[in-house]
Write a protein that binds this ligand. Structure first.
Ligand SMILES: NC(=O)c1ccc[n+]([C@@H]2O[C@H](COP(=O)([O-])OP(=O)(O)OC[C@H]3O[C@@H](n4cnc5c(N)ncnc54)[C@H](O)[C@@H]3O)[C@@H](O)[C@H]2O)c1
Length: 317
């Protein structure tokens, strides 16, 4: 196949692109190297992809490209590009979210009208917002709690609209906190591991009893491949790792993996953060055959190794 991976220099996009290349597919990666986190981390993510002749990078913003031309020779689009991050989506920053998350998705969908090219959209558990209905199921109400969540839900609705009105073949995957090697530096595990390795304090927002359903990166990648193969156009799936744990308990686990005590500082909860996430993944299991494989212990160990070997040396250069 010839596939497009948008956001291919980012955490999930680069991991997905690498798996596709390993499987022998040709990948056209699109990424504008947004300044949300250091470019050198994204360049590092891209290095293994650049070993493949079948990899081509278009280092541009989706909004500046002639997408109808780009998608012509393509068999599928994995749309991972977005401005991520819940906490930074308030205030004047929201414009960045509307452009990269909503408008860019709409442009991509327009370019697929009249084609049979499927689009797998990276949605988010943040579309659910604060809820007492746990585990979260795809047919539960969506009340995002952050502008980021609103932007991800808006784009999910656009996928639905383009499927219903124009037959654009879309599937939306609602990822639940993805972690592992290449995880974004703003995300909790990345921050925690780095702080513990360098002896710094870990800032915890709230009392640490909030829970997340953590999903290892290779399981999220697998879900994308299965979503394409299953052809359940117009559907939405929860992609959760089955590793639900509180922030306090995850720090205890990291302490045992690293063999050292964390220095903790508790701060006020952040606007936009929800108390719990917990995915009901029955639908993904039934329709896609999706079953997460990696335990939190193994996944965190892999992330620790990557931060030690890649991130720390990179940041001291
Ligand atoms: N990481 C998670 O836990 C998680 C959870 C839920 C949903 N998601 C979604 O998964 C996707 C990937 O997330 P990630 O953690 O890999 O983020 P990331 O920031 O590492 O990767 C996103 C990439 O998209 C690029 N990008 C942004 N806007 C673009 C544009 N207009 N044109 C071209 N490139 C653009 C950025 O430069 C970045 O490299 C996003 O859509 C995010 O909303 C992630």
């Amino acid at each position: 196949m010839n596939v497009i991976v948008t956001g291919c220099a980012g955490f999930i996009g680069s991991s997905l692109a690498e798996r596709l290349l390993q499987q022998g597919h040709s990948v056209l990666g699109i990424d504008c190297f947004s300044d949300f986190y250091p470019r050198k981390i994204k360049e590092e993510n891209l290095k293994p992809l650049q070993d493949y002749e079948q990899f081509q990078l278009v280092a541009k913003n989706l909004l500046e490209l002639d997408l109808s031309e780009l998608v012509k020779p393509t068999d599928a689009v994995f749309h991972q590009a977005a401005q991520a991050g819940v906490r930074s989506s308030w205030g004047s920053q929201f414009e960045i979210y509307t452009e990269n998350n909503i408008l860019a998705t709409q442009r991509l969908l327009e370019s697929l009208v009249g084609t049979e090219i499927p689009l797998i959209y990276a949605s988010s558990s943040s579309v659910y917002g604060e809820t007492t209905q746990l585990p979260m199921r795809e047919d539960h109400p969506t009340h995002p709690r952050s502008p980021y969540g609103v932007s991800k839900l808006a784009a999910e609705h656009l996928c639905q609209l383009y499927w219903e009105n124009y037959g654009v073949r879309c599937v939306a995957l609602r990822y639940f906190t993805v972690y592992g090697p290449r995880q974004r530096p703003d995300m909790a595990f990345h921050r925690f591991i780095r702080a513990m390795l360098t002896g710094e304090e870990i800032e915890i927002y709230g009392d640490g009893e909030q829970t997340r359903d953590f999903t290892f990166i290779s399981d999220a990648v697998e879900a994308n491949l299965r979503a394409l193969a299953s052809k359940k156009w117009g559907e939405v799936y929860n992609i959760g790792g089955g590793s639900r744990i509180s922030i306090n308990a995850s720090i205890k686990l990291l302490e045992s993996i690293l063999g050292k005590k964390a220095k903790l500082r508790y701060k006020a909860p952040q606007r936009g953060d929800v108390t719990h996430t917990y995915a009901d993944t029955h639908k993904a299991k039934n329709d896609l055959g999706f079953v997460p494989k990696t335990s939190l212990q193994d996944g965190l160990t892999a992330e620790v190794e990557w931060i030690q070997k890649v991130v720390l040396p990179l940041l001291t250069q």
